[in-house]
Design a protein. Structure first.
Length: 136
């Protein structure tokens, strides 16, 4: 009897076939700058490919220049049923009691990054959401 592998499905999109290969992240690589120069959030991000992993380095806004958040691994996502071209990613930064999830999509040479920030430091600060647009 032939064995078949069962996969969990929660939506029609989960029926997509398996593909060989990995997602091509070349479309999102490089240095991206916020389209809003006076932002209070993220000023720029640098995306690079390191040994097959997508790495993001984010820089926050500050009166004294940029705040380097360091690096995090970003998980890339394709844009269609069988697309192997990266159309977005998500990443997690944990910085001194502050947790920020970055979720992005890229289209027409614009990178849209949503940030979801919550405070784990006991300060009582309210979590917040931001959506900003970046260009090369």
């Amino acid at each position: 009897m032939e064995s078949t592998k069962q996969f969990t499905k929660y939506m029609k999109a989960d029926e997509r076939p398996s593909v060989d290969g990995s997602i091509d992240v070349s479309s999102v690589l490089g240095e991206w700058f916020n389209t809003k120069p006076d932002t209070n959030y993220i000023k720029k991000v640098i995306l690079s490919d390191r040994n097959g992993s997508l790495i993001i380095n984010a820089y926050g806004a500050s009166d004294g220049g940029l705040i380097d958040w360091g690096e995090a691994e970003a998980i890339p996502y394709g844009s269609g049923i069988s697309s192997l071209m990266a159309a977005g990613f998500h990443a997690l930064f944990t910085l001194d009691g502050i947790e920020t999830h970055l979720v992005s999509n890229q289209k027409l040479s614009i990178l849209c990054i949503q940030s979801y920030t919550r405070y784990l430091d006991g300060s009582g600060r309210i979590g917040h959401f931001s959506r900003e647009f970046f260009h090369r």
